[in-house]
Structures are given as structure tokens and as C-alpha cells.
Design a protein around this ligand. Sequence first.
Ligand SMILES: [Zn+2]
Length: 263
Amino acid sequence: MEYYFAIFVFFVGLCIGSFANVCIYRLPKKMSIVKPGSSCPACQTSIKPWHNIPLVSFIILGGKCKYCGTSISWRYPIIEFICGVMFLYAYYDLFYLNNNLFLFIVSLYLSSVFLIIFFIDLDHKIIPDSLSLSGIIIGFAISFLPGMPLDWKGSLIGILVSGGLFLAIAEIGDRVFKKESMGGGDIKLAAMMGGFIGWKGILLVLGIGSFLGAVIGGLSLMLAKDKEAARTIPFGPFLVTAAIIVFYWGDDILNAYLRFVGL
Ligand SMILES: [Zn+2]
């Protein structure tokens, strides 16, 4: 029985991933994410529902628009697949193992929003307020649900400490490096994350995010032909990746660290 539900959750994840693609494309352009329906970016032909099945359609159509033959980016099915896998893991960890329905639903929300932020920030170097500011409210609101890792005080402190910490880093960074080191979007995103994972969580996010940024930023600086583009990789994708890691394994990492330093 559980297998059927796991497959269903994976499929829902693929569909939400398909919707995430729409958001990634349209939110930065301030277009409606509901209307009109999907169309081919090249020939504008509207896409029929049966050509819009996540993953399946991409494979059947051979990665091309059925009407004009323009190649469809590999990113679309990859984003759908990542979303499906994140939903499946959320189900396994939070519902199957821990039987926490509310936290399972919260994790589906975070997976989707963080996935959208990852690619919008990567493409446009912005993090839409519609995602981060609404997330601050949602993070605080869900702290009143049963079975949450933080109570409302923990969530509120998380929001304030995270926003304040990132604001301070941005201020210091601006003065030391004489250019914008961290944008307002990162600060609002940090405040949102703090509402879900608390002030300890955000310290871990900052550590892990900086580490990922240094490693991947360094590698791309070495490998990239366009050095200037590699130098201006946004911080948001690393922050949301770190936040997902901390959301699931933050306590384990923290405990391992405390054991390591002998506390
Ligand atoms: Zn087309």
C-alpha cells in the first residue's frame, strides 16, 4: 500500500516541478503564473495537456516542440525530476518514518519554493519578494501547528536573528569590499529560512552555504571561460541548498559537530 502512495507522491512532485518551471520562467517577468497555459517559447503554439505530462512528454517528443521542432531545454525535465525526488524523500523521512503529516506538507512547500528560488536567482540574480516575504509569514504561521520543530517564539527569534545577521554581514561586506556582497533578496530569504529552521539552523546554513559557494564558485572560476560571469554567481542557490540540508539533517550535523569539538 505504501508503495502506491510513494509513487503517487513522486508523480505529484513531477507535476509541481512542471509548475515550478512555469514560475521560474514567468515570475521574474512579472507574468501571471496561471494564465495563459504553457506555450512553446519559440513558436508560441499552446501546449496541449497530453503533451505536458512531466518527463513522459519530454521523452516521447524527443525533447523537441511538436510543432516547430525547436529543442526544449534539458533543464525542464531535470527540474521536474529533482522535485519528484525531493517529494519522495520528504514522504519517506517525515511521513513514512516519522509519521508527521504537517511537517511532511511543510517540507513539500519548502522543496518547491527553494527549487524555484534556486533557478530564478541563478538566472536573474533576484529573489522575488512574492516568495520570500510570503515565506516569512508562512514560516511563522506554521509554527502554531502540532509537531513542528520550532514553537512560535523559536520561529520569531529565527526570523529576526537571521534577517539581522544577514543584514549585518551585507553592511560589513559593502564596506570591506566596496561593492554589494549580499543583496536585499538574500536578507529576506534568510529571514524566511530562520522562521522554519531557527537561529541555530541559519548559522549552519551560513556555514554550509559559504562552503558550497567557495567550492563551486572556485571550481567554476577555474573552469569557466567567462571569468566575470563566474565571479558574480549569486549566493541564493547555495543558501537554499544548504537550507534543505539543514532542514533534514541539521540536528545530526550539529550533534556530530558538538561531539567533534568535545562538548
Ligand atoms: Zn514550438
